[in-house]
Design a binder for this molecule. Structure first.
Ligand SMILES: [Zn+2]
Length: 133
């Protein structure tokens, strides 16, 4: 059985709310112990969490994924600030990491480059339109 929940996504620069993303939750009961043995990241026991959600929990921390999503939504500015701070302190590491990611995901990287170029083009065209009026 499956259940769909909505999770918020945020702009990492402005911390503005961007959109809701639908996540499929597996509602097949499995104990945490079995999940660990099978190497699953999430498990589901059929019991409600302390906030009343019926959803999967992370195997590593036992945290309910809906609770975590709510917490992230409430604390996004703090999370983003901490993440930006960390990235600033670890620039060489991040540079290396991004380089490796681009090598591993060459196709996806090309796609993103094209998309951002189109976005810039659209923004420029829009700017021109609003200047004309
Ligand atoms: Zn919960």
């Amino acid at each position: 059985m499956q259940k769909i929940i909505n999770v918020g996504r945020f702009d990492t620069q402005t911390t503005n709310f961007l959109k809701l993303v639908r996540i499929n939750i597996c509602m097949d009961e499995i104990s945490r112990k079995d999940a660990i043995e099978k190497g699953l990241m999430r498990y589901y026991t059929g019991k409600r969490c302390r906030n009343g959600h019926l959803s999967e929990r992370y195997t590593s921390t036992r945290v309910c994924i809906e609770c975590l999503s709510d917490w992230r939504a409430a604390n996004m500015p703090k999370i983003v600030a901490r993440s930006n701070e960390w990235q600033k302190r670890n620039r060489p590491h991040m540079r290396q990491y991004h380089k490796q990611w681009r090598e591993r995901n060459a196709d996806r990287w090309r796609e993103l480059l094209i998309r951002s170029a189109e976005k810039r083009k659209r923004a420029k065209a829009q700017q021109k339109d609003s200047d004309a009026t």
